[in-house]
Design a protein around this ligand. Structure first.
Ligand code: NAI
Length: 334
């Protein structure tokens, strides 16, 4: 029988945590493998996590081997095979960027160090908490013994949002859409790119051209509607729902881990992974790229052609990540 997988979820008492735990325990992330859940919270979040643990018990799930709750990072990450870093310090009114970056460095630095000390040798980490790309960089920098490629920041939600928008515009099913890429930062500067995407096997640009009345109209739709809507979808959800994306964020985090562990086949998805300079993106930052996994972790898909429009947008978003890194460095936090 397969060995249980230990999955540590930080911020497990929050709204994304609540949308994550039950699906992971029901097998949506790792297939038919038993799981041990570790919920890492801050003291104020412990009660919410304990409540979720009671409900998990009430689901009587056959794959769930154990649930442990702690506010100590070392116990939380002990022997972890997968860490999903969701808990973060949100930006509150009047907070400067430097305050936000340093509050989060104070979370992701120590968590990276704890992962380095006690996680399982095969640990893989996905950072969900914002600013996700920079938090991933800080966690990885604090974990010198864990290869940087084992860390990623979540841009799968942006990817899935782009697939959803494209499918709707083309009158197609989301399962017919392939080869969409999110480039850059998980922020409003991200570039959702359909230049290599296919809809039911045909170039997405051709399908959009046909439906919208020519290549000019397709490009205008991409630049004026699609890109900003995907990039600002988080704000749209807050405006309509009254609180930020939770179920869709949890769904994306599950898809991110599932595809990393079970493999993507030849289909590319998006994740913010360590740049070694691919596509001219600054080496050493976590930036979103097209990626595939054979089950051993994400690798960047290389060799895609980029036109001037794509080049400019990717450069702009990557520059924002570099600026965040430099701000963290200037504060002495990296
Ligand atoms: P939430 O506020 O409902 O929950 C956050 C939880 O984290 C709380 O229970 C809190 O007690 C806990 N927490 C705070 N600091 C912690 C620490 N040091 N260790 C352990 N737990 C800690 O927030 P929600 O909606 O669940 O969102 C969580 C994060 O995910 C936010 O930073 C949000 O911006 C981000 N997010 C990222 C997305 C992405 O696509 N990358 C999408 C949606 C949200």
């Amino acid at each position: 029988p397969p060995q249980p997988v230990t999955v540590t979820i930080t911020g497990a008492g929050g709204q994304i945590g609540y949308a994550l735990l039950f699906r992971i325990a029901a097998g949506a992330m790792l297939g038919d493998r038993p799981v041990r859940l570790r919920l890492l919270e801050v003291p104020q979040g412990m009660k919410a996590a304990e409540g979720a643990a009671l409900e998990l018990q009430d689901c009587a799930l056959h794959l769930l081997r154990s649930v442990d709750i702690t506010d100590d990072a070392r116990s939380g990450f002990e022997g972890a095979n997968i860490a999903m870093l969701v808990g973060a310090r949100p930006r509150t009114a009047g907070m400067e960027r430097a305050d936000l970056l340093s509050a989060n460095a104070g979370i992701f630095g120590p968590q990276g160090a704890a992962l380095n000390a006690v996680a399982a040798p095969d640990i893989r980490v996905v950072v969900v908490g914002n600013p996700a790309n920079t938090n991933a960089l800080i966690a990885a920098a604090s974990a010198p013994d864990i290869p940087g490629e084992r860390f990623a920041a979540l841009t799968r939600l942006d990817h899935d949002r782009a697939v959803g928008q494209l499918a709707q515009a083309a009158g197609a099913s989301p399962t017919d859409v392939r080869g969409v890429t999110i480039w850059g930062n998980h922020s409003a500067t991200q570039f959702p790119d359909v230049d290599h995407a296919l809809i039911a096997g045909r170039p997405a640009r051709d399908v959009l051209s046909e439906r919208l009345g020519g290549p000019g109209a397709a490009l205008a739709w991409l630049d004026d509607e699609f890109v900003p809507r995907v990039a600002k979808r988080g704000a749209e959800i807050i405006a309509v729902r009254g609180s930020s994306s939770a179920a869709s964020a949890a769904n994306a985090a599950i898809s991110h881990v599932r595809d990393s562990v079970l493999g993507t086949g030849d289909e590319s998805v998006s994740a913010a992974v360590l740049s070694h300079g691919e596509y001219g993106v600054a080496e050493g930052i976590y930036s979103s790229f097209p990626v595939t996994s054979d089950g051993t972790g994400y690798r960047i898909v290389e060799g895609l052609s980029l036109d001037d429009r794509a080049r400019a947008r990717i450069d702009a978003s990557a520059s924002e990540i570099v600026a965040e890194r430099d701000a963290v460095r200037a504060l002495g936090l990296l």
